[in-house]
Design a protein around this ligand. Structure first.
Ligand code: GAL
Length: 696
């Protein structure tokens, strides 16, 4: 155990501290930067200077231009106008603001959509999406891609060596609003993708199980993207998994293509990113590997979530930022920023409550706490007309008075000075924290597969994953959400929640990880199928039996109004979402058993030692997560690792020598701060939306 921690500390200190393009724009000594979106095209040009000057005075150090301005850049096919943008860039520079320049691919101008309607995306009902908003062109259209390529190259040539431009954002929240594109272009590309994957139609028929119900195809040309509107019921599950993988590849290919084009022209110091909605179809950031790093966007108070306690709807929930921090930090470039955070009320929520005073600031500190490089808030000014009327900005509608969120940013900019002064570049994560470090293995293919075949209406993949995420944050454990590309040995603990699709190579990696001293936790649904979602011609989840110590396993569900019982360590727990019911192999400890139903006495949680490490299998998914929490605590304590016990909503993180604690709950929280600590911001009595930062 101790050896593993030492290896981990060494790896951590050598990999994280090399200088990258991102570090050039956001030097480590500055810790964190604040930016704000500005749309010169939306405002009278005589106001630009006033606005940008004000932005700089508020402590903002960079702005963000042009992701929706294709219509202004190329008002007619082949006629370009960049002078307005030149002027906006130079005004930003005049006030010391750096600029993130964006490619305008989400908003093709009207001439493009009208002259070449074949570029448009198509809904499942056959309706083509028309000009009038944004994100209406298909990544699968070669014509659209070539027009995008042209405007991107022109932008890159013009601004690629402009010292005010620090980097580039590709597109905006690429994802077609979560819509599947059923255009002919997409149909055609899907067939080519399948041909490449399967080689022969027989292989596809076999993988999709097409002999049943006479689903067999004779040629690839007969295949259409699975579409519930064209079918009497749910599509074939393998076809759906391929659709999701294809869409994710199409999108990533579109982003990577733009990155390659930019790279041809731009200065080495300028970086390339895009801004992604976390866990959102068809986005799979793992595939976007031509970028320098990724960023995400988040809106926490939109009437969709109750939050914690009676004021929770004004605060948001901690995993919305926390999980994204811990995941995006591990994509390409091993760095992240947050490209959009609301500075106040939005216009598009279910209802649009005011965030609690302080919440905007707390979210920014949460991004900081995760190791983020920056927050670029959305947006500087509130629109007076058109799309996004009513959306708050850093300024009120008069364009000069700061909104409450704007004032919170000014406060953060001041506080950051204090943190910079206290920053010790030599600080390293304390050993006690490092000893708790855990990787959560996450793969979009599992998400797609289980969301499509939930098996019970009570299954929610992200609720399951977040249950573990939140309990681990309650232990004050540093968490990394990682893909299989990562080296597992960096982590003393590794959890693969509901990792349904796998192959023998992954099971072997897990086995080695455990033999060498790692603590592996697997949860229900893991290993049921191969990578193409085929069940094994063997007992359910057979490939993990030996590793986890399972002899036999089946699963059960209960109705939502009834609960099954589980006994563990003299305590009783309830479940009704999912239960893997097991008997175990000799040498395996049974940590929890079902105490009712016809399988009373069967195992619910098992644990075994193997080599220098351990494997724990948690078969039940409960509503309150209490069983899962107690089991995870026992895994940690049997490994000799101490954990904290923070209530849900109190977030405690460590970054660069600073401890940061945030309060997402509706109640005052008393925070334990060691006496020797130097408190830099706030104090131990943490109000809702409060922030306290100290150094030890
Ligand atoms: C985001 C989007 C922005 C803006 C914002 C409004 O999802 O990327 O362009 O529309 O919502 O809250």
């Amino acid at each position: 155990m101790r050896n593993l921690i030492v290896v981990f500390l060494l790896l951590f200190s050598t990999t994280v501290y090399s200088q990258s393009r991102v570090d050039v724009s956001f030097p480590k000594k500055d810790l964190f930067a604040l930016g704000s979106y500005y749309y010169p095209e939306q405002w009278d040009s005589c106001q630009w200077e006033r606005d940008l000057k004000k932005m700089a005075e508020m402590g903002i150090t960079f702005t963000h231009f042009a992701e929706f301005a294709w219509g202004m850049m190329e008002p007619e096919e082949g006629k370009y106008d960049f002078e307005w943008l030149d002027r906006a860039v130079s005004l930003a520079g005049k006030y010391g603001l750096k600029v993130i320049m964006c490619t305008p691919s989400p908003t093709p101008p009207v001439w493009l959509s009208k002259n070449y309607p074949d570029i448009l995306i198509q809904r499942d009902n056959g309706m083509k999406i028309q000009h009038g908003r944004r994100q209406h062109a298909s990544w699968s259209s070669d014509r659209y891609r070539s027009y995008v390529g042209n405007i991107v190259s022109r932008l890159a040539e013009r601004y690629g060596d402009n010292p005010t431009i620090i980097g580039w954002q590709i597109d905006n929240e690429p994802g077609h609003y979560g819509m599947t594109d059923y255009s002919e272009n997409a149909q055609h590309k899907f067939r080519s993708w399948l041909k490449k994957k399967y080689g022969t139609i027989d292989e596809l028929n076999k993988t999709w199980g097409n002999t049943f119900w006479s689903e067999t195809y004779q040629t690839f040309d007969q295949i259409r993207l699975p579409n519930a509107q064209e079918l009497p019921e749910k599509p074939n599950p393998h076809a759906m998994l391929d659709l999701n993988r294809f869409m994710a590849d199409e999108l990533a290919g579109f982003v990577n293509m733009q990155a390659d084009l930019l790279r041809k022209h731009i200065d080495k110091k300028q970086w390339i990113t895009t801004n992604l909605i976390p866990i959102f179809n068809p986005v799979d950031p793992v595939r976007m590997d031509h970028l320098d790093f990724t960023t995400y966007t988040r809106y926490l108070v939109t009437g969709h979530k109750q939050g914690i306690g009676e004021q929770g709807f004004r605060l948001g929930i901690p995993e919305d930022i926390g999980f994204a921090n811990d995941q995006f930090r591990n994509f390409v470039g091993k760095a992240y920023g947050v490209m959009e955070l609301q500075p106040g009320q939005v216009n598009w929520g279910l209802y649009n409550p005011q965030p609690m005073p302080g919440a905007v600031r707390m979210w920014v500190y949460h991004v900081f706490a995760g190791g983020g490089k920056f927050v670029c808030n959305y947006r500087f000014r509130q629109p007076l007309r058109g799309s996004e009327q009513y959306h708050y900005g850093m300024l009120l509608p008069d364009g000069v008075t700061m909104s409450p969120g704007g004032e919170e940013y000014v406060r953060i900019a001041e506080e950051l000075k204090k943190l910079r002064a206290a920053y010790n570049p030599k600080s390293r994560m304390p050993e006690q924290l490092a000893s708790r470090r855990i990787g959560i293995l996450f793969d979009m293919s599992n998400y797609w597969e289980m969301e499509f075949q939930k098996q019970t209406d009570q299954w929610s993949t992200m609720t399951h994953v977040n249950k573990y995420y939140n309990l681990l944050k309650g232990f004050a454990a540093p968490v990394d959400v990682i893909s299989e590309k990562e080296d597992f040995t960096k982590y003393p603990f590794l959890i693969a929640p509901a990792y349904q699709l796998l192959d023998s190579a992954l099971v072997e990696r897990w086995t080695k990880y455990v033999e060498n001293g790692g603590h592996l936790i697997l949860t229900c649904r893991t290993g049921q199928k191969d990578r193409n979602a085929k069940l094994w011609e063997a007992p359910l989840a057979a490939p993990i039996y030996h590793l986890a110590g399972i002899d036999k396993l089946f699963y059960d569900h209960m109705p939502s109004n009834l609960y099954g019982k589980i006994g563990s360590d003299g305590k009783e727990y309830t479940w009704n979402n999912w239960a893997d019911v097991m008997t175990s192999l000799p040498g395996t400890e049974i940590w929890a058993t079902y105490s009712d139903q016809f399988y009373k006495g069967a195992a619910s949680v098992i644990h075994r030692k193997s080599g220098k490490g351990t494997v724990t299998y948690i078969g039940a998914d409960t509503d309150d997560g209490l069983l899962e929490k107690e089991v995870m605590r026992r895994v940690y304590s049997e490994a000799g690792v101490k954990t904290e016990n923070l209530p849900y909503g109190v977030v405690k993180e460590w970054r660069d020598g600073f401890y940061i604690v945030l309060n997402y709950t509706s109640d005052v929280q008393q925070i334990a701060i060691p006496e020797k600590a130097e408190i830099l911001i706030g104090n131990a009595r943490l109000e809702p939306a409060g922030v306290v930062v100290w150094k030890e």
